[in-house]
Design a protein around this ligand. Structure first.
Ligand code: FEO
Length: 401
């Protein structure tokens, strides 16, 4: 049975949700599933914007058949060639043999890399700023390279000011019926941040470049490929957040304390430090065990807050592996503009503190705050003054940040 919603006159959401997938991109936990959005415009011509993941193909084709009725599909706009959106292109061409595939040069290069079927006769190549009239409505295309792949483009519907934004402004989370952000009860913006930081986070400069291209356009609705549709007051809300996230500006003053700990001794030192920060008036703190919480959640909060404490023991003469992996992930994502303090621990040979310090120093625009501390096995009372000093420096910095 079809399951569609009309989001504007003769524009239909024809996507769906997957609650069974455990890991997005086989990496990121999906406790609340994920939505794959696709949109179908009925005009003098018919145009479908992107397809969906293979997991919901059956629902998707029922949706399209219902909305089209006895009409043919004239265009498939391919804003993004990642398989969670392009998985059904071959099937679309088989079912609707007159369809034109609308993409840019890179789109078609990737199409040929992913597919065996020769679809060249269906290609309609567009360039920056090209327009495609559908009748009453006209679509305009803007390239958005590396938001999140190089072929990405966004499509702007001119008369109603609707931006079909590919991955940009997306979120994890399946739908529970409501597909507009303003209709979802207690929409968890943390899942939009976790999506941004982990999927698009590396490409802040490219997001800023897209913002420049879109400046001056009247945008009344943003239709992403994942997560809710943004409209009304929600538009400036999500645009403001994206502006901050892509500039690597923290949303909030606060401290994220991330520790690795085998037997609880490094954890204890972090608890003591957090306690001292609280007593110095610091609020908004988050604490994570790097072996317990998936890195994507930690990274999401690192994008949110202004200060970070990393604490880890030495393991096999290296930095404890889970902490090492987290720091490498952060380095690849290119997080910047945070104040970072370091707490190492070792029993007979020290490596963790040095490794954390070197990795942070190698990241651009990361400021080391306070003197790194290297404990020996446990926090002893004679080392407490060092923690007090570190707490003083962090608390003062949070207050001025
Ligand atoms: Fe949801 Fe970059 O694909």
């Amino acid at each position: 049975m079809y399951s569609v919603q009309e989001i504007k006159s003769n524009i239909y959401w024809v996507g769906g949700s997957d609650r069974r997938l455990a890991l997005f991109e086989n990496l990121f936990p999906l406790p609340n599933g994920v939505a794959y959005n696709s949109y179908l415009i009925l005009d003098e011509k018919t145009a479908l914007l992107d397809t969906v993941d293979r997991s919901i193909s059956q629902q998707y084709f029922e949706n399209i058949a219902h909305v089209l009725g006895d009409r043919q599909l004239d265009y498939l706009i391919v804003n993004h060639m990642e398989p969670d959106h392009c998985a059904n292109i071959e099937d679309i061409v088989r079912r609707y043999p007159n369809v034109k595939l609308v993409g840019n040069k890179k789109t078609f290069q990737f199409m040929e890399q992913f597919y065996e079927m020769d679809m060249t006769s269906h290609y309609l190549e567009v360039k920056e700023g090209d327009e495609l009239p559908l009748g009453q409505r006209t679509l305009r295309f803007y390239t958005a390279p590396m938001v999140h792949w190089p072929e990405v483009m966004v499509t702007y519907e001119i008369s109603d000011g609707i931006l079909f934004s590919a991955d940009a402004f997306g979120s994890f989370g399946a739908f529970s019926g409501n597909i507009f952000a303003d209709e979802i009860d207690e929409f968890d913006v943390g899942e939009a941040r976790r999506y941004y930081a982990n999927i698009v986070g590396r490409y802040g400069a490219q997001v800023q470049a897209l913002f420049k291209k879109l400046a001056g356009l009247k945008i009344n609705m943003i239709c992403s490929l994942h997560g809710p549709i943004w409209r009304g007051e929600q538009i400036s809300f999500i645009l403001d957040l994206y502006d901050k996230w892509s500039r690597y500006d923290p949303e909030k003053k606060g401290v994220v304390l991330v520790y690795a700990s085998m037997y609880g001794n490094t954890e204890n030192a972090v608890q003591v430090l957090a306690n001292k920060l609280a007593q110095r008036g610091v609020r908004d703190m988050r604490m994570y065990d790097v072996s317990k919480t998936h890195a994507s959640y930690i990274i999401s909060d690192l994008w949110k807050y202004s200060h970070i404490v990393f604490a880890s023991p030495t393991y096999n003469l290296h930095l404890y592996f889970n902490m090492d992996a987290l720091l490498k992930d952060i380095g690849v994502l290119g997080l910047k503009n945070r104040k970072v303090s370091i707490l190492g621990n070792h029993t007979w040979a020290s490596a963790a503190m040095k490794s954390m310090k070197e990795q942070i120093e190698a990241m651009p625009q990361m400021e080391l705050l306070g003197e790194p501390i290297d404990l020996r096995s446990t926090l002893k009372p004679e080392r407490e003054p060092e923690l007090d000093k570190l707490a003083d420096v962090i608390a003062a910095s949070v207050k001025e940040a």
